[in-house]
Design a protein around this ligand. Structure first.
Ligand code: FEO
Length: 168
C-alpha cells in the first residue's frame, strides 16, 4: 500500500507527464503548420512517449492499491518564435521534469518506500537520455544558426528520429 504522501506526489508526476505530452503535441502542431515536417514528426512521437510515461505511472499507483487521479492541465502555450525556440523550450521542460523526478525519488527515500524508489529508476535513466538527445539537437541548431540549408537538414534528421522505433 502506498503512503498518502507518496501517492499524492506520484499523482502530481502523472499530471506533469500528461502536461508534457500536451506541450509536445502543441509544439508538433506549430512545426507542422510552419514548414518543419520532420520536427513535427519527432515531436508527435515524443508526445506519444510522454503519454506512455503517464500510463506507466497510472498503472503503478493503481497496482499498489492507490487511485491514479487525473488533474487539470495548464495551457500548453502554442506560440514559438522559431524552430530553435521550440527546442529551447523542450530542454527547459525536460529539465523541469528531471527536477520533479529527482524530488519524487528523494521523497521515496525519506519515506523509506524503496519499491517506488526502484520503480523510479527507469524514469531517472529516461531523463538522462532525453536531456542528452535534446542537447544534441540544440548543438546542431546552434551550429546552423540562421542558415536555412542547415535548418532544412536538421529537419530531415528529426524526421528520421521521429520515424525510428522507440528503444524502451
Ligand atoms: Fe516523461 Fe520527457 O519526461
Amino acid at each position: 500500500m502506498l503512503k498518502k504522501k507518496v501517492e499524492d506526489a506520484l499523482i502530481e508526476q502523472i499530471q506533469l507527464e500528461e502536461e508534457s505530452s500536451r506541450v509536445y503535441m502543441a509544439m508538433a502542431s506549430w512545426c507542422e503548420s510552419n514548414g518543419f515536417p520532420g520536427a513535427a514528426q519527432f515531436l508527435y512521437k515524443h508526445s506519444d512517449e510522454e503519454r506512455m510515461h503517464q500510463l506507466k505511472l497510472i498503472h503503478y499507483v493503481n497496482d499498489r492499491g492507490g487511485h491514479a487521479l487525473l488533474k487539470p492541465l495548464a495551457d500548453p502555450g502554442n506560440q514559438y518564435k522559431s524552430l530553435k525556440d521550440v527546442f529551447d523550450q523542450v530542454l527547459k521542460h525536460e529539465l523541469h521534469v528531471t527536477a520533479s523526478i529527482n524530488a519524487l525519488y528523494d521523497l521515496t527515500t525519506r519515506e523509506k518506500d524503496f519499491t517506488t524508489g526502484q520503480f523510479l529508476q527507469w524514469y531517472i535513466m529516461e531523463q538522462i537520455e532525453e536531456e542528452s538527445l535534446v542537447n544534441g539537437i540544440l548543438d546542431k541548431m546552434n551550429l546552423a544558426g540562421d542558415n536555412k540549408g542547415g535548418i532544412f537538414f536538421i529537419d530531415k534528421e528529426l524526421a528520421a528520429l521521429g520515424a525510428a522505433p522507440e528503444a524502451t
